[in-house]
Write a new protein. Sequence first.
Lengths: 240, 339
Amino acid sequence: MVPSRTLSPTANLPQENSTMNSASRPVIGIFGAGKSGVAIARLALDAGYTVHVATSGTVEDTDQLLRFVAPGVIAATVRDLLTLADILIIAVPLRRFRELPLHAMAGHIVIDVMNYWPPIDGTLPDFNNAERPSSVIIQEALPDTAQLVKTFNHLGYHQMEDLPRPTGAPDRTALAIAGDDADAVETVARLVDDLGFEPLPAGPLTASDRLEPDGPVFGRQLDAMDMRRILQTDHSEQAA
Amino acid sequence: MELGVFSLSDIYPDSPDTAASRIDDIISYGILAEQHGLDVYGIGEHHTRQFAVSSPAVVHAAIARATQRIKLTTTASVLSVLDPVRVYQDFATLDLVSHGRAEIIAGRSAFAEPFALFGEDIAQLDDLFAEKLDLLLRLREQKPLTWEGRFRPPLHEAEVNPPAHGDLPVWVAVGGTPSSALRAGRLGLPMALGLIGGTIDHAKRLIDLYRSAGREAGHPAERLTVGITSHFYVGQSQEQALEEFYPYYHRYLSPETNGGRGFYVDRPTMQAMASRRGALIVGGPREVSEKILEMRSVLGIDRFLGQVDLGGMPQQMVRDSIQRFGDDVAPAVRHVLAT
């Protein structure tokens, strides 16, 4: 449920001049200026999106940082991000996601870039031995009208920087997209496509464990055909 | 420009290597690096059985007495979980043992285990690192210190001994997180940037941020020193180097050797990483020299350290790589920079 002022019928058409049409695109708001947050911000900016980033530091610090690592991306407060952006992207360490104003994300599409990865983050009680994907736990912490979509999490930040290719390129890398709301998945698929990756819907959040660190596509540079095959194989094995 | 090598002391699971044999190897590589004219030798600190060294100062002490010139650094010290008083004492002692060659590269930790081991809360990682770095820097001043923080008992007019021989350089290890580069610059400390994957362009953005933050905070340009670390192998030729290095690199990066957090690198990906703008420094002496010079000219770096010993590489292969680096690459780099 994206505010209608930002989505026009042309938003998903191929765009000759991205800056000319940028007003019709959803505004992107990213929580976190770490490795992944910055990589996504740069890609979205290059694709002609307006991008805001908020961090746990001051806006001045965020601005100083962005001037070098992602010039053109706008520093914002965490609060402002909620009003400025249509699509919110959570790219903070998973152990810190509850510090975000989750209740205020109602009505937004929210992209979950985080991973539960104990060797790096340590053991998190909410997520350890949870027997359900981390994104399901995050969805439960969000208001009902927030639509959570998981993607970008399974590529490293260097891969995100190096692998984007235009639509139709033979060596295009696929990004799996898991989410419960078809419209939200479609909107995120357009974003993924614009950023230079082949969007591949990968079922509901309950199946998003296949995108997680122990899953079959994590960290792998795959084209859409290979990724579809791997996800289907993995799925039928699980079902069997 | 300083050139050196380092080991993280990883023990390849399916090899006959033990912590004892790896420590022997790592001491011998440090001595060899000095014999071939390299400037710096680094040893990492890790706290799981997959690695041989949890206490780099102790291993460095053995190298110190068999060498005269080479700087002995850490790649890196896990300062977030350690008591800065003890870290200072260990490295001030190493500084006396080595007659002024000890150095610390202070890191936040790439792994979770040390936090459980030392009873620190990983959720406080940023605050822990900032506070402990602050105390370590104050201790370097070698004056009776009154200090108070959140994570350890206060100090009152404390004298911490021994005083180091020299000024005991402290670098900040940065892995790619922009806020870490910003902090290092503001503190005016030298930055050791780990270039693992990605491109020189990515490193340039972080270095520009670091230098700008340092200048804005009023630190003179000459204090804003940058070192790069990278996976590394010098073979006889580019082709042979890639061929020989690939199997070890593949298994070093794999999840099996990284407690589940690795990935499988394929040959074309490795080749792309070793290309001119890529992060991987693997090639013949000519290619490695050119790449170090390119990093020097594009990034303005003051130091390059290569991770010379990884994934169970045979001892002779590591020794050959150190020898080619010291005998062929280093003179070529120094020659170009001197002209």
